[in-house]
Ligand binder design. Structure first.
Ligand code: KE4
Length: 427
C-alpha cells in the first residue's frame, strides 16, 4: 500500500493547521504513522488519496450509521441546497427533525438544535445550573462530553489518548466545579451526593462510555444513579451524543429503560452534517432563551442542510427491520472477533452495546477508566497498522469505540474477521 499522496498533503497541512488536523484524534498520534487523507467514501468503504480502499469502522466517529453517501440523503441534500444553505431564520425542517427526535426520545418534550455534541452538553449543563441554582457538576473519569472548559477534567477520547485528561487552559475556577468519579461505582457517587447535593446541579453521564473504548454500565448502576439524582433534586443528563440511535433507535435510555431529566444528542441526528441537540421536559426547557433566562444561541443552528441530512437519516432508521439488520451484522462481527482472538491465542476483552463496540488487549474485565487503561496500547498500535495494511480502517486509538453501518455486508465482515485473525497472529 502506498501512502505518498497522504504524506505530501499531511506535510502541507502541518504548516497550516495545528498537528495537521482539525480534531486531535485524527492525527494517528496514538498509533504512530501519519493520518490518511480521504478522497471519498461510499457505503461501508472509504478511499484515500493514494487510491487505497478500506472497510470503515470509524464512520466519522459514529454519525454514518447508514453508511457513506446514502443515495436518499445525497438526493435530499441536492434538492435542498438549490434553495440556499442557511437563512438565520426558522424553517419547517427544524420542526420536522424536532418531531422525529422527540418521538424517539419521549423523555424529552422540547429540544434545541445546536451544531455539535460539545454545544449540546455545554448548553445542557448551563440549563441545569440555571434550573437548580447550583454550580457543581459530576462527571465520570474517562467520559468525554466535548471540549467545553469545565468538562476537560479527567476526560476521555483524544484527551486520554494524548495523556492530557486535564487540559491546560482550563482555569482552576472552572475545574473546581467539576467533580469526577469512577464509572460504575455507586458508592463513590452516593458519598459525594449525600454530602454535597446542595451545590450539585447535575450528573452528566455517557450511559455507555464510548470514549475509553466501550464500557458498559454494571447491572443496576444507571438505575442507582437515577434514584440518587431524583432523591436530591440533581438533574440527570444522559450524554447520548454517541449512544443515541446507536445503542438502539431510542438510545441507551430505551435500551436500559432509564428516564433521564435531560438528553444530549449529536452524530447520527445530523447524518454526517453538523448537528447537536439537547432537550428535556417543558419545565426545564422553558429556562432556555428566548422563552427563559438561560442564554444559548448559534448562527447555523438548525440550518436546512444539516436538518435535511438528519431527517433523511432518521426516517430511514425508523423503517421496519432496520435495527434487526444492524443487530444481525453486529452479532456476526462479534462472534468472528472473539473467535479470531481465541484462535490467535491472544487475550482480549470485547464489549458492545448495539452497534458500538471495542476490543481491548487486556485480560482484565474493563469496567471503568482504570481498567480500560490496563489495555496494552503498543499491541493495539501494531494491530491497528496490521489491519490498515489489510484494508480495514478502525479508530486510531484504543480509547475509542468502533461502529458498523447498514452498508456493512456479510462479505465485509468476513474479510474483517480474516484480517483480525491475521493481524493478531502477527502481533
Ligand atoms: P462533538 O463536539 O465532537 O460533536 O461531540 C462531543 C462529544 C460529546 N459527547 C460524546 C459522548 C462524544 O463521544 C463526543 C465526541 N466524540 C468524539 C469521539 N470519541 C468525536 C471525535 C473527535 O473528537 O474528533
Amino acid at each position: 500500500m502506498e501512502f505518498k499522496k497522504s504524506y505530501k498533503l499531511f506535510k502541507k497541512a502541518y504548516e497550516l493547521i495545528p498537528g495537521g488536523v482539525n480534531s486531535p484524534v485524527r492525527a494517528f498520534r496514538a498509533v504512530g504513522g501519519n493520518p490518511l487523507f480521504i478522497e471519498r467514501a461510499k457505503g461501508s468503504k472509504i478511499y484515500d488519496v493514494d487510491g487505497n480502499s478500506y472497510i470503515d469502522y470509524v464512520l466519522s466517529w459514529g454519525p454514518l450509521i447508514l453508511g457513506h453517501a446514502h443515495p436518499k440523503v445525497v438526493n435530499a441534500l441536492k434538492k435542498v441546497i438549490e434553495k440556499g444553505t442557511s437563512y438565520g431564520a426558522p424553517t419547517s425542517l427544524e420542526i420536522e427533525l424536532a418531531e422525529l427526535v422527540l418521538k424517539a426520545y419521549p423523555s424529552m418534550k422540547k429540544v434545541r438544535m445546536v451544531n455539535s455534541g460539545t454545544e449540546a452538553t455545554m448548553s445542557a449543563i448551563r440549563v441545569a445550573r440555571g434550573f437548580t441554582g447550583r454550580d457543581k457538576i459530576i462527571k465520570f473519569e474517562g467520559s468525554y462530553h466535548g471540549h467545553a472548559d469545565g468538562l476537560l477534567v479527567k476526560t476521555g477520547s483524544g484527551a486520554t489518548t494524548f495523556g492530557v485528561p486535564d487540559s491546560p487552559g482550563v482555569p482552576n475556577s472552572y475545574a473546581k466545579n467539576t467533580i469526577t468519579l469512577p464509572f460504575n461505582n455507586i458508592t463513590a457517587l452516593k458519598d459525594v451526593v449525600v454530602n454535597e447535593w446542595r451545590s450539585i446541579a447535575c450528573v452528566i453521564v455517557e450511559p455507555v462510555v464510548g470514549n475509553i473504548g466501550c464500557v458498559l454500565p454494571k447491572l443496576g448502576f444507571l438505575e442507582s444513579v437515577r434514584k440518587l439524582t431524583r432523591e436530591y433534586g440533581i438533574v440527570l443528563i444522559f450524554d447520548e451524543v454517541m449512544t443515541g440511535f446507536r445503542v438502539s433507535f431510542g438510545g441507551a435510555q430505551a435500551y436500559y429503560g432509564i428516564k433521564p431529566d435531560m438528553t444530549c444528542l449529536g452524530k447520527v441526528i445530523g447524518g454526517g452534517l453538523p448537528v447537536g441537540a439537547y432537550g428535556s421536559r417543558k419545565e426545564i426547557m422553558s429556562m432556555v432563551a428566548p422563552e427563559g433566562p438561560v442564554y444559548q444561541a448559534g448562527t447555523l443552528s438548525g440550518n436546512p442542510l444539516a436538518m435535511t441530512a438528519g431527517i433523511e437519516t432518521l426516517k430511514i432508521l425508523s423503517g421496519k427491520g432496520i435495527y434487526e439488520k444492524l443487530e444481525r451484522r453486529m452479532q456476526q462481527l462479534e462472534e468472528g472477533l472473539k473467535d479470531a482472538s481465541k484462535m490467535a491465542g491472544v487475550k482480549t476483552r470485547f464489549y458492545r452495546a448495539g452497534t458500538m463496540f471495542c476490543t481491548y488487549f487486556t485480560d482484565t474485565d474493563v469496567i471503568d477508566y482504570k481498567t480500560a487503561k490496563t489495555s496494552d496500547t503498543s499491541k493495539f498500535s501494531r494491530f491497528f497498522s496490521n489491519m490498515l495494511r489489510r484494508g480495514i480502517y478502525i479508530a486510531p486509538s484504543q480509547f475509542e469505540a468502533g461502529f458498523i453501518s447498514l452498508a456493512h455486508t456479510e462479505k465485509d465482515i468476513e474479510k474483517t474477521i480474516k484480517a483480525v485473525y491475521e493481524s493478531i497472529k502477527e502481533l
